[in-house]
Design a protein around this ligand. Structure first.
Ligand code: IVH
Length: 678
């Protein structure tokens, strides 16, 4: 045996270096392409360090495709131009179902057939940067942006830093492979990166695509390497010496075998109806998808059919992009106003020239606080980029400075509350300005709105307009006053009939025994959101027990930090807090104790689809939670029950495929009554 510090001979080093390169490339592939690592990060790092050590003492052993050579040392002056031959085409777009059906009809008429002889494939359309890679004898030699389509920029050094792109292909490699795909950055990485920029006071990126593009076009590849880009291959270019291929899906499968990531795991094959179903599914799941998508791409799977269909000047006839509704749009800020929150926080809101976005007309967007206004540099009259995702309040992302006319004006934050005139205060460690007046009518309205909201006391029929009338009329000053409302008072209000008044009163009555967690959340104590209320409600069980709580006892609950604990105990011991709780109790509000661990639905998971008849979605979900069950956001093998109402979505089909138990509303109500069969 050799001594531990003896340097191995050249032949041993060469053998070991080759072995390590193979092992590291293998683990890169497992981790970055398959998302299924086989070894821990520390072990991986050990392999890399060992290879680095060998290459350091024997530089002649370094190969261009060594995993240590992903990042090149020197920043460059600019990018060389790469000609694309054949040019990289673009896709024609459909914006609605009708347009996609028209495209399909054109396919059929072009082929002179009644039905398509073969499948369509539908894939996610990644919203990133289109690129081409060239592999010769299996080695990555060029990476280029799409650019104009006929020529792009040579970004090889940057592309080499992308870990889901192999520097050397696996298995039986073709002589030449041109592959097209999308360079993207995952949404969570984008958010994290933007948060870091923000913390450093630097300008943020408007969306993941801009960040991916900005990253890929860095002259210093070390910067690219530090940001986790990914590459999805979605089309072949020129191939020499590859296997015979008959379909697009087969081509992607081949690319996967060579070590590339493709959209295939998320794609579906079938007829036009199957394509439309998958489109709806991906659109509905858009927010849960890790990568920003801007639609789907529909392709004719059969390559012989593709060849018969051919191309138009800029796009293939055999493929079509079917876009989702856009999430960003530009519009003008007509005015900036201040909204007063239930805890007094003053939030600036941009009043916008109405603009259609993701299916709704947007007229307002939040500007968060004065720091955000300063960061964005936004002025009244500015043209801005706004964004809306899911149910999230639209926000202003960026000022389009090129649209400035000089007529814009600065916004100055008020020094007094716009609702009650009380001078605003700035709390030491908080960014926001606050109205300190507990009786401020704006604050009272927001507090009541929160109190009756879903997930809180869930009182249907008590909307913003009605609450506005009740507060402005001096009828309701605190949530407790709601329980003193009478028919006579209600029917006198605008747009209130006998029937709606009776409804509101019945709903208020029913809310008196909501689960304790809902009640706690409804109080609107700063820092006590839905999850915190849930966590606190169980160990304390009742309001009486909670009223005796100390900061220490609340803090000892898993998931509750010191700020939340102090805020809650501060509220419980304050005069105002005590008075409110006493008054609510006096009016008969008696939140229900819900034991966790004793719930009939303990360990069971639920998901709802379609409209229920007897219960609202919020009620149904709260009943599940109150019996110890939990909710899932998608169908998976972990789901115990899918509860199906009217017009169920695609979830039903998936649940059936996965053999998940499906309940209708009656069966669900029975389950709540009796618990699951043993
Ligand atoms: S196929 C010749 N498939 O969308 C056909 N494109 O709007 C080449 N894109 O330039 C395109 N995901 O950058 C295809 N699964 C996918 C895609 C995709 C994103 C991009 C691509 C293209 C653009 C057209």
């Amino acid at each position: 045996m050799s001594k531990p510090d003896a340097t191995p001979d050249a032949a041993t080093d060469a053998r070991r270096a080759a072995e390590l390169r193979r092992a590291i490339a293998h683990h890169d592939w497992r981790y970055h392409v398959l998302d299924r690592p086989e070894i821990a990060d520390v072990e991986y790092d050990r392999l890399v360090r060992e290879l680095q050590a060998i290459e350091a003492r024997r530089p002649e052993l370094v190969t261009p495709d060594s995993p240590t050579q992903r990042v090149s040392g020197q920043p460059r002056e600019g990018f060389a131009t790469v000609a694309h031959d054949p040019p990289l085409l673009s896709l024609d777009n459909s914006f609605d179902e009708k347009e996609l059906r028209e495209w399909h009809a054109r396919l059929l008429s072009h082929l002179g057939v009644e039905t398509l002889p073969g499948d369509l494939v539908v894939e996610p359309k990644f919203d990133g940067l289109s690129c081409k890679l060239l592999f010769e004898e299996g080695r990555l030699v060029v990476g280029a942006t799409r650019g104009s389509g006929s020529e792009g920029e040579d970004v090889t050094a940057n592309v080499r830093t992308i870990r889901s792109i192999p520097l050397a292909l696996r298995g039986d490699v073709p002589r030449r492979l041109d592959v097209r795909g999308e360079v993207v950055i995952r949404r969570d990485h984008f958010e994290k990166f933007n948060a870091e920029l923000l913390a450093r006071g630097e300008e943020t990126y408007a969306n993941p695509r801009n960040l991916a593009a900005g990253t890929l076009r860095q002259l210093d590849a070390r910067i690219t390497a530090a940001r986790p880009l990914e590459f999805y291959a979605y089309a072949l270019g020129r191939v020499e010496g590859g296997p015979p291929l008959t379909s697009h899906s087969q081509a992607l499968e081949w690319l996967e075998g060579l070590g590339l990531k493709t959209p295939r795991p998320f794609s579906k094959k079938g007829d036009l109806e199957a394509v439309l179903a998958r489109y709806r599914e991906l659109e509905a799941g858009r927010d849960a998808f890790p990568i920003e998508l801007d639609g789907v791409v529909v392709k004719v799977d059969d390559l012989a059919l593709q060849a018969r269909l051919g191309f138009r000047s800029k796009s293939p006839r055999w493929a079509q992009a079917f876009k989702f509704a856009a999430r960003q749009a530009t519009t003008r800020i007509a005015e900036i106003t201040i909204q007063v929150g239930r805890n007094g926080t003053l939030t600036p809101v941009a009043r916008l020239e109405p603009v259609a976005l993701a299916g709704v007309t947007i007229t307002n967007a939040t500007l968060h606080n004065q720091d955000e206004i300063a960061r964005l540099g936004v002025k009244i009259g500015d043209t801005v980029l706004i964004q809306r995702a899911g149910d999230v309040i639209p926000k202003v992302v960026q000022v389009i400075e090129s649209k400035r006319t000089g007529a814009e004006s600065d916004f100055t934050f008020p020094t007094a509350c716009p609702a009650c005139g009380t001078p605003v205060v700035k709390e030491a460690d908080l960014v926001a300005l606050r109205c300190p007046n507990e009786r401020c009518p704006a604050r009272v309205k927001r507090r009541i709105e929160h109190f009756v909201a879903r997930g809180a006391m869930d009182v249907e029929g008590l909307g913003e307009k009605l609450i506005g009338q009740l507060v402005d009329g001096g009828i309701v000053k605190s949530p407790a006053d709601l329980y003193g409302l009478t028919r006579d008072v209600l029917v006198d209000l605008e747009r209130m009939g006998e029937k709606s008044a009776a409804n509101v009163l019945a709903n208020l009555e029913a809310s008196k025994t909501r689960p304790f967690a809902n009640f706690l959340f409804a109080l609107g104590v700063p820092e006590i959101g839905e999850a915190a209320a849930e966590a606190i409600a169980h160990p304390f069980g009742t309001l009486e027990a909670l009223r005796e709580a100390t900061v220490e006892s609340v803090r000892s609950i898993h998931g509750i930090g010191p700020r939340a604990a102090e805020s809650l105990v501060g509220f419980l011991q304050s005069d105002a807090g005590r008075a409110l709780l006493d008054e609510l109790a006096r009016r008969g509000v008696a939140p229900r104790r819900v034991e966790r661990g004793q719930g009939r639905l303990e360990g069971k998971t639920f998901l709802f689809t379609g409209t229920l008849g007897k219960l609202t979605r919020a009620e149904a979900e709260s009943r599940v939670k109150s019996q110890g069950g939990s909710l899932l956001s998608g169908v998976s093998a972990r789901l115990s029950y899918l509860v199906v109402g009217e017009k169920p979505g695609s979830k039903l089909k998936k649940a059936q495929e996965l053999k998940v138990a499906v309940l209708d509303e009656t069966q669900f109500l029975e389950l709540l009554e009796k618990g699951p069969a043993p």
